[in-house]
Design a binder for this molecule. Structure first.
Ligand code: AMP
Ligand code: FE
Ligand code: FE
Ligand code: ZN
Length: 285
């Protein structure tokens, strides 16, 4: 079983349509793929429809989202699996974050322009194509304009990195609250890339312990942004706090270099995760 529990489509900052993502998952030899767009479930219906056209048993879709959170001034991402997408309290929080992504995106574009980058808000909206707007779309605009060579080159202090010259904060959820909301919607919360130091300061263990007490199910340990030492440390922390350990690619299509299925989750952990979910069921082909 090859299980990848973190992937993005163009419903947020990935470059594949949800249907293309499903096809790519089959091509990568995955048995299970989770669609976890930032703060939105807008890609679920198309992904589920694409699955219906596949041979029986070829792939299972886990629906989810990656929720933008902030604690003690540190931005962090919470993966949420198999929650009820109609549950109003969580749906409203996703909507608040998505709406603020527009205000903030336009403000970031203004800062980039003031810093001499010839990009525009219309261009960024075209690149986002109706998906939840994020810094990677602005990074793509900076690439189009010839300001930087690659998307990842835009995530520096000069431009879009956390706290960078053109960075503007968006509305983000308190993660303890988010963990409770996800559980209340029948979902299963997992802390995404908790040791991704290249993105900025990371959340202290003390806060992770608080999240565990609030209902966090697991830590995403095997991730491209974690070196071996970080993985060993996080496995120890997960064991101390009674948390599951997952692995996933965080695939973003051509906006990141990582391949779908580059990191995977143990089948026993997957079974435990889906066993905890009451808001939705995995969708088999
Ligand atoms: P936002 O959700 O708009 O705050 O943007 C965060 C997104 O930017 C993350 O989900 C990643 O897709 C992307 N990102 C963050 N740091 C980097 C980086 N160093 N290189 C490439 N992409 C990044
Ligand atoms: Fe992203
Ligand atoms: Fe993330
Ligand atoms: Zn992600």
């Amino acid at each position: 079983m090859r299980i990848d529990l973190h992937a993005h489509s163009n419903a947020s900052d990935g470059t594949d349509t949800p249907a293309e993502l499903v096809a790519a998952a089959v091509h990568a030899g995955l048995d299970v793929v989770a669609l976890t767009d930032h703060d939105t479930v807008a890609g679920h219906a198309e992904a589920a429809a694409a699955l219906r056209a596949l041979p029986e048993g070829s792939l299972t879709l886990v629906t989810g989202a990656e929720l933008s959170c902030r604690v003690e001034g540190i931005s962090m991402h919470l993966l949420a699996y198999l929650f009820d997408p109609e549950e109003p309290a969580l749906a409203q929080e996703r909507e608040l974050v998505r709406t603020d992504r527009f205000r903030r995106g336009e403000a970031i574009v203004e800062r980039c322009r003031a810093l001499g980058a010839p990009i525009s808000w219309d261009q960024v909206r075209r690149i986002a194509g109706g998906g939840a707007v994020g810094r990677p779309h602005i990074a793509s605009a900076l690439v189009e304009a010839g300001v930087v060579a690659t998307v990842s080159d835009a995530f520096t202090p000069e431009w879009l990195a956390n706290g960078g010259r053109a960075d503007v904060q968006k509305h983000e959820l308190d993660p303890v609250e988010a963990v409770r909301l996800v559980r209340a919607a029948g979902g299963v919360p997992v802390f995404a890339h908790p040791g991704a130091v290249k993105r900025g300061r990371t959340v202290p263990d003390r806060v992770i312990a608080e999240l565990a007490a609030a209902g966090l199910a697991g830590l995403e340990v095997d991730h491209m942004d974690h070196d071996e030492e970080t993985r060993v440390r996080l496995r120890g922390l997960a064991s101390d706090l009674g948390l599951l350990v997952t692995g996933s690619s965080d695939y973003h299509g051509t906006r990141k270099t990582v391949r779908l299925g580059e990191h995977t989750t143990d089948p026993a952990v997957y079974e435990e995760l889906i066993g905890q979910a009451t808001g939705a069921k995995p969708i088999p082909a």
